[in-house]
Design a protein around this ligand. Structure first.
Ligand SMILES: Cc1cc2nc3c(=O)[nH]c(=O)nc-3n(C[C@H](O)[C@H](O)[C@H](O)COP(=O)(O)O)c2cc1C
Length: 234
């Protein structure tokens, strides 16, 4: 049996071994996690298909990431994240989510527009009126990949927005499972009109999702207990 250490797509440490019966094993060490996966060559070429974290760890371990290292994200991983979005439930299986993936010059053009709209609002109405949106804007400028998430809203149902939100949550969990950081950005709300107009789609812009390699490991924010937020009627 031999081990070949590899460093792939920002994952902490990845090694491949070939056992006596020629079975290829992919071993991933992510921070303090060691995940060993029986794997085929496909998993080595596309590490995204390796199951990195368990469901509970994904749900509890995902954090909003607001600082990223300067390293590109392979488009293949972005596609994996979008695909996870498409596995969300949707009202009447309508799948009203739509995505525009922005990188490089296209992202810069849009985030410039976002910033100038916020500056305009701040001049007109005061800095208080735009809340935390300037810091959200800085994050969109820094991150390598920005996904604009739309609601195709074909029927005008309230449930279409719920559908898109379900897709976003899947995307954040998948990003986390790949070692990527993400942030759900609702603050694009302040510039919805100009951003949507520039992208020229017939859909409603809902949110932006950042994707990049995390530069920080934020502590979890406190959660309300189940007892605080639930009632059980029988
Ligand atoms: C609908 C929605 C909109 C959000 N918009 C923003 C935003 O514009 N900027 C930001 O920094 N965080 C935004 N967040 C992230 C939340 O602040 C974050 O999820 C929350 O504080 C809990 O932290 P956690 O995600 O690390 O558990 C948003 C989250 C949701 C669900």
């Amino acid at each position: 049996m031999f081990h070949v250490p590899l460093f792939l797509s920002g994952l902490s440490s990845y090694s491949v071994s070939l056992s006596q019966d020629n079975e290829i094993k992919a071993v991933l060490v992510e921070g303090s996690h060691l995940v060993e996966t029986q794997s085929y060559i496909k998993d080595i070429l596309y590490p995204s298909s390796v199951k990195i974290v368990e469901l509970d760890e994904a749900i509890r371990g995902r954090r909003s990431i607001r600082k990223y290292i300067d390293r590109p994200v392979p488009l293949e991983l972005v596609r994996n994240v979008l695909e996870a979005g498409t596995w969300a439930p949707s009202a009447k299986n309508g799948q009203q989510w739509r995505f525009t993936v922005l990188t490089g010059k296209a992202k810069k053009e849009l985030t410039d527009l976002f910033r100038s709209k916020l500056q305009e609002l701040s001049t007109k109405m005061g800095i208080q009126a735009i809340g935390s949106s300037l810091s959200s804007c800085s994050i969109t400028e820094q991150v390598p990949v920005l996904v604009m998430v739309w609601n195709a809203g074909e029927h005008g149902w309230e449930t279409e927005l719920q559908t898109v939100a379900a897709a976003i949550q899947n995307m954040l969990l998948k990003a986390h499972s790949l070692g990527l950081g993400s942030l759900w950005i609702g603050d694009i709300y302040y510039a919805l009109d100009v951003l949507a107009e520039r992208l020229g789609k017939p859909w409603k812009l809902v949110a932006a999702v950042t994707l990049g390699w995390p530069a920080v490991t934020p502590k979890p924010l406190p959660r309300k207990s189940v007892d605080e937020i639930s009632e059980f009627l029988s």
